[in-house]
Design a protein. Structure first.
Length: 415
């Protein structure tokens, strides 16, 4: 860690907490919203395409905005971008809760995605500012464990508030989360970027940086890894409420328990990631996890085609392969997100932004496709996760496995 970083930023426990809250904005914004999605769709008399647009527009704005936030944070620093992002997120969350129609809600969710892009992008860049790559993977996995804990509560809380008070109250809880995060950032986070780039926003300089990052084999491999893994998770999130609450007729409370199990599997996966990084290389760790992902995708596809009508078929039969996929996801994300920015300490914000953009573009494409293929939500879920799993297996076997992280980062640093 850079010894010139102010003492408050040097407290790893506090950094992990702050990073978990910032990264946790993403599941809070999507997962807590899921139990309310069918209710608000019915309340507004909206179509399925419009309902999916409240997610896909948010994610497209989330990914696209990072292309601006990344260079901006390389020029101005992480702290002003974080504080500005949290402020805009809070305002947009209020607008979502008060939206009078589906069009206003889509617009407010889009603005929310822009603000979320600032927070999540800067959080990833902070890890590269403060830690060497493999140590960064460990810290990232710790922060993502915290994200998993947050995600565990999102769907149960969202379901409870929606059932008890209505969907507007569920969306209002995002305001409180954003205010808490903003206060802690303001009080405890000092600037982590030690050498700002005054030319980061100049068109020629930015274009040169983007080309340099995209052409780097390490970025290509690890960004593809995090993107493919997120695609599988997004497919599940976008279809799960329709599979379990509409097709299977489960209550929002039971649906919340199913989502809790998914988040718990993800948390366990992040612990497995840290345990493996003490013993084997990042490449081998990802390789084995990618095979687990492939197994999960094949199993879910078989259950979707063969399961309905069978005595053993039910919600937990569907959740078995999903939970296996989330175990591997807990390995892929910390390795992928830290690995893709590892070669670029001097432009970590821009590299983080490009990685986030790629994830959200894929999510937008998937969300658009899902919006027109939801006549059988379970089959759509299985096909999307199978595609992500196959991609992960190919990436883990033929890309990541052949590309070591920079030699300055040795697994011993993660101890």
């Amino acid at each position: 860690m850079n010894s010139t970083v102010p003492s408050r930023s040097r407290s790893q426990a506090m950094m992990v907490l702050l990073l978990a809250l910032l990264l946790g904005l993403q599941p809070v914004t999507t997962d807590l919203y899921l139990p309310a999605l069918p209710a608000l769709t019915q309340s507004f008399g909206a179509s399925m395409v419009q309902a999916q647009l409240t997610l896909t527009a948010l994610l497209l704005a989330f990914g696209t905005s990072q292309l601006v936030w990344g260079p901006l944070s390389d020029k101005w620093g992480r702290r002003p971008v974080l504080l500005g992002g949290v402020a805009v997120y809070t305002a947009s969350a209020i607008a979502c809760a008060l939206a009078p129609d589906i069009e206003t809600l889509i617009a407010a969710r889009t603005l929310q995605g822009v603000a979320m892009g600032a927070c999540v992008m800067a959080a990833r860049a902070v890890i590269r500012d403060l830690y060497e790559p493999v140590q960064g993977a460990k810290v990232m996995s710790q922060a993502l464990s915290g994200l998993g804990v947050i995600a565990c509560t999102c769907v149960p809380v969202g379901g409870f508030l929606t059932d008890l008070l209505g969907w507007r109250w569920a969306l209002s809880s995002l305001v409180l989360f954003a205010l808490l995060t903003g206060v802690l950032i303001y009080v405890y986070f000092d600037e982590s970027l030690q050498q700002r780039n005054p030319d980061a926003l100049q068109a020629k300089s930015l274009w040169t940086a983007v080309k340099h990052i995209f052409r780097n084999p390490t970025f290509q491999a690890y960004s593809a890894l995090s993107t493919a893994s997120f695609a599988g998770l997004f497919t599940f999130l976008a279809t799960s409420s329709f599979v379990f609450t509409q097709s299977m007729g489960l209550s929002k409370t039971v649906y919340g328990l199913l989502m809790f199990s998914m988040s718990l599997s993800y948390i366990i996966g992040t612990f497995i990631c840290r345990w493996l990084l003490l013993r084997i290389s990042v490449q081998i760790c990802v390789y084995w996890a990618s095979l687990v992902s492939l197994f999960a995708g094949v199993l879910l596809l078989l259950i979707a085609y063969l399961g309905p009508g069978q005595p053993w078929f039910g919600a937990w039969a569907v959740m078995l392969p999903v939970n296996i996929f989330l175990l591997a996801h807990g390995v892929h994300q910390p390795c992928g997100q830290s690995g893709c920015i590892a070669p670029f300490p001097e432009m970590a914000g821009t590299a983080s932004a490009l990685n986030g953009f790629s994830m959200m573009v894929v999510a937008f494409v998937l969300g658009t496709w899902l919006g027109t293929h939801m006549t059988d939500p379970l089959l759509a879920m299985a096909q999307g996760i199978m595609l992500a799993s196959l991609s992960l297996a190919l990436i883990g076997s033929f890309a990541v496995r052949k590309i070591p992280l920079p030699q300055a980062a040795h697994p011993a640093l993660a101890k």
